[in-house]
Structures are given as structure tokens and as C-alpha cells.
Design a protein around this ligand. Structure first.
Ligand code: G3P
Ligand code: CA
Length: 290
């Protein structure tokens, strides 16, 4: 198993800015194998990107959750995956004349009327699309840790600064959270770089599988490269680990979306730092002993 040093808090004074260096490995502990992250909450068991899904992860004993943030027409950050509301809410029924039902075309009040649970199962009827603020409150109450994906940032200019503001307001940019409770990720290198530039103490991740030749450039602002499990190999994981990230620690790699035991064991064999999964219980069982 890849050796990871769980270091203590490090603070550095850079250009008058106190920079808290993320020092905690994504590994739960050196001898515990890859950390398991509940994707969109425990989304195989509760409607994705809802408070019910992070509560379900909590019920199952999972600390790390992953969720997606976007922005409403009136500038409120909400937790939802798709650029439109059709797949995961009853928006077409409630607002039949508002095609194509983009998140960015609805106010927060309008979105708050939507049912984001019935599509998943009758017992979740009435579940709402949470605002980022509501969501942060819930995971704080659950003592959870967060991989927050800025989704479709090209649709929402300035969303990085706004997301950081909400995180700050909710107490998630204090040294303790920066050290071990928060990762901000995106498929957009520009978005990840912006987060890093605005708040260098935040641990960041670039989603995707960039070529090894591009890793040095990304390692200037991304602490992790988080890749689809179907795109990685032992060699790729080793190549990622060979570079240091912006905080002077080896780059880490979390892989997604792994929902079966065989794949979980395969990627653990590659020595990944974390596994992002809709079925965290399945992955935990598969990896017991890693
Ligand atoms: O965390 C990785 C994963 O969430 C990226 O893909 O489409 O599920 O947001 P997606
Ligand atoms: Ca995501």
C-alpha cells in the first residue's frame, strides 16, 4: 500500500497571506486503504444531491460525501448535478412552459417548490433541492467531510468566488476544515486554478485523466487528479503520485464511480487514494483488509 504520511497542521506565511497547507492524506489512515467517498451522497440508496442522500451516507457510517454545486437565475447556489432540472425533479409538471428547464433559468424560490425525491422512490416524495447553505448546515451537523464539485462552471461566471464565500460563511474555510475536511474539484482546469488562486489553502482536485505530460502544469494548482476508474492503471496512478502538488505533498488520485466489489479491488490494487461510489457500503466491504 502506498505510504502516506498523515502530517500535522502546517502553516506558512506567504506574501502576507496565511496559507494553511492541506496535510491530511485522502487515505483514511495509512493502514486503512483508500478513503471511500459517497458520490452525490449515498446516491444508490437515496435521491442524489439531497439532504436525504448525505443523511443516508451518515447512517451507513460514511464521513466523506461528494456533491455538485450550480447557480440559480437569482444567484443562489444550489446542490444539483445536471444543468437541467428534468431528470431529478418534477419541474416539467410544475412549470410545463419553461423548457428546457435549466437550473440557471429558475429562481431559488421556484426551485424550492420542486420535488427532488419522487423520481427515486415514493418514500422520498417532497425531498427538496438544497441550497448550498442548507447543505453545508446538514453536513456540518453530521460531522461529514466534503468533496464539492463546481459543476458546469462555464455557465456560471464567478461561481468559484461565490462558492468560497458560502463555504467561508458556513465556517468551512477555517484551519481545521482546510486541513482535513474539504476538497473542491471541477472538470475545468480554469475553475480549479481560480479556486486555488483565490484561496490557496483550499485542497483542490482536477477531474479527468490528463496526460502525464500535462501533470506538472496541473500540479501547480491541483492537489488531486480524480479520474474515472475505466481510464486508469497502476502506471497512471504511480505517475500521478510522482508529482508534488501545490502544497508540497504528492498528488493524490481518487477514482469514480466504482459501485462493484471487483472494480473496487482492482483500483485499490492500483494504489488509489480514494474511491468515489454510489454504493459506499459495497466498496467498504470489498476493501476490508486493504
Ligand atoms: O466525483 C467524481 C464525479 O462526481 C464526477 O462525475 O458526473 O458524477 O459529477 P459526475
Ligand atoms: Ca460530481
Amino acid at each position: 500500500m502506498h505510504a502516506r504520511v498523515a502530517a500535522a497542521t502546517t502553516a506558512a506565511l506567504l506574501g502576507g497571506t496565511v496559507l494553511i497547507l492541506p496535510t491530511t492524506s485522502a487515505h483514511a489512515a495509512d493502514d486503512e486503504g483508500p478513503v471511500v467517498v459517497a458520490h452525490r451522497g449515498a446516491s444508490a440508496y437515496a435521491p442524489e444531491n439531497t439532504l436525504a442522500a448525505v443523511d443516508k451516507a451518515d447512517d451507513l457510517g460514511f464521513i466523506w460525501v461528494e456533491n455538485d454545486v450550480q447557480r440559480t437565475k437569482d444567484g443562489v447556489l444550489v446542490v444539483v448535478h445536471d444543468a437541467t432540472l428534468t431528470r431529478t425533479t418534477d419541474v416539467e409538471k410544475v412549470y410545463p412552459d419553461r423548457a428546457p428547464w435549466r437550473v440557471a433559468d429558475f429562481t431559488a424560490k421556484e426551485i424550492s417548490r420542486l420535488d427532488a425525491g419522487s423520481w427515486f422512490g415514493r418514500r422520498y416524495a417532497g425531498t427538496r433541492v438544497p441550497t448550498l447553505k442548507q447543505y453545508m448546515n446538514r453536513i456540518s451537523r453530521n460531522h461529514q467531510k466534503l468533496v464539492l464539485e463546481i459543476k458546469n462552471p462555464e455557465l456560471y461566471p464567478g461561481i468559484e468566488r461565490q462558492t468560497l464565500k458560502v463555504l467561508s460563511n458556513e465556517g468551512w474555510l477555517d484551519p481545521g476544515h482546510l486541513r482535513s475536511r474539504l476538497i473542491v474539484q471541477s472538470f475545468s482546469p480554469d475553475s480549479v486554478r481560480t479556486v486555488h488562486d483565490l484561496r490557496p489553502g483550499v485542497k483542490t482536485a482536477l477531474l479527468g485523466t490528463p496526460s502525464v505530460a500535462n501533470l506538472p502544469a496541473y500540479s501547480r494548482f491541483a492537489d488531486q487528479i480524480n479520474s474515472s476508474h475505466s481510464t486508469i492503471s497502476t502506471g497512471y496512478v504511480a505517475a500521478v503520485h510522482a508529482f508534488d502538488g501545490p502544497h508540497g505533498k504528492p498528488l493524490e488520485i481518487l477514482t469514480w464511480t466504482v459501485d462493484d466489489a471487483r472494480t473496487a479491488r482492482r483500483v485499490a490494487g492500483y494504489d488509489v487514494d480514494g474511491v468515489i461510489t454510489n454504493r459506499p457500503d459495497v466498496v467498504r466491504r470489498a476493501l476490508s483488509g486493504y
